[in-house]
Design a binder for this molecule. Structure first.
Ligand code: SAM
Ligand code: SF4
Length: 326
């Protein structure tokens, strides 16, 4: 489906849960969140019904995210059912990686093709600090397993925060020499909880300048999304920069999001939403679901205006990343 600004929308991000076993400081508050009630969350059957309706409209790629998608019971069977939907060519997942190793083979068998791991530091103590719960070893094992099993590509999302991990940028970059990983540095967005992010923004330009070796520009890599990609000399992997703040990629945006509580969100940073749960729970037929999808696309803004302004809190969306799915 083409939106009114001529963008082809073929990518759906599904947040399957608002729950998470981590409490990353830029994302969730320490005390956790009042989790949505079971009945307020879309069932897997409802999500599948939705995807079956929108696949004929041109949705070909689906990313499963959260909260932490691997904490939701039945996730493997869900991926399996998704992979059988006509028209869905690509299923990927964004995960904190803590539970990945034990589920990896089943996920692969179910049809998961690509995985993005979120990892902000390579130091165990800092990892416990930033996630408030996690163990670095579990995530590293998950990443190794993903490489061994042939998931391709295996990407690492690294949110960079001043004074926290900006001293590790070069270490992350060097990982691409030995491993065929795609390391993507992401600008910290002012969507988090409790003000931890205040004063910690670093632009991609500055992140780049901390990589000591030459960056060789590469054009498209598979499933590249909105990042700009580079390579180090003789490296097996790639390095990407995602710049939601310093350089919008809105004009190329091809995505729409479905939240765990059944809202269609045409833009990550906008509070505009459309309630598709209501539609699904009113015995909607395919046409009604497609109509709701079309309405959501019609309110997709041309661009967001998210900026890093330390003097004000960013208020355009009241949802946080764990509620949207990144
Ligand atoms: N729990 C999974 C994970 O961490 O990969 C999936 C959901 S998480 C909300 C998706 C992505 O959003 C993660 O890569 C995380 O680092 C990123 N994220 C969360 N809060 C952010 C923020 N304030 N700025 C930039 N990225 C953020
Ligand atoms: Fe959980 Fe992912 Fe948010 Fe961290 S970034 S608290 S792992 S949802």
């Amino acid at each position: 489906m083409i939106d009114k600004y001529g963008r082809k929308i073929n990518y759906l991000r599904i947040s399957v849960t608002d729950r998470c076993n981590f409490r990353c400081r830029y994302c969730m508050p320490e005390e956790g969140v009042r989790a949505l009630k079971h009945e307020d969350i879309l069932s897997f059957e409802e999500i599948l019904q939705f995807v079956k309706a929108v696949a004929p409209l041109g949705i070909e790629r689906v990313r499963v995210t959260g909260g932490e998608p691997l904490v939701r019971k039945g996730i493997v069977e869900f991926i399996n059912a998704l992979s059988k939907i006509n028209g869905i060519k690509d299923i990927s997942m964004t995960t904190n990686g803590s539970l990945f190793k034990e589920m990896s083979k089943e996920l692969k068998k179910a049809g998961l093709k690509r995985v993005n791991f979120s990892l902000d530091t390579l130091k165990a103590e800092k990892f416990s600090y930033i996630t408030r719960r996690g163990k670095l070893g579990d995530v590293l094992e998950g990443i190794k397993e993903a490489l061994n099993l042939g998931f391709n590509p295996v990407k690492i999302n690294t949110v960079v925060a001043k004074g926290f991990n900006d001293d590790e940028i070069d270490d992350f970059a060097k990982l691409t020499i030995e491993y065929p990983l795609v390391i993507r540095f992401i600008e910290l967005m002012p969507l988090g909880e409790g003000g931890w992010a205040k004063g910690r923004f670093i632009s991609a330009q500055e992140i780049k300048s901390k990589i000591k070796s030459d960056l060789i520009k590469v054009e498209n890599i598979e499933g590249s999304g909105p990042a700009e990609y580079f390579k180090l000399k003789n490296a097996k992997g790639f390095i990407g920069f995602i710049t939601p703040i310093s350089r919008h990629f809105c004009e190329k945006c091809n995505r729409i999001r479905l939240t765990a509580d059944g809202k269609l969100k045409p833009c990550l940073a906008s509070s505009k939403e459309l309630d598709v749960k209501e539609v699904l729970r009113n015995n909607a037929d395919m046409e009604q679901i497609q109509k709701a999808f079309g309405e959501a696309l019609s309110i997709k803004p041309y661009s967001h205006n998210m900026k890093y302004d330390e003097s004000t809190d960013y208020e355009e969306t009241k949802r946080r990343m764990w509620q949207i799915g990144g």
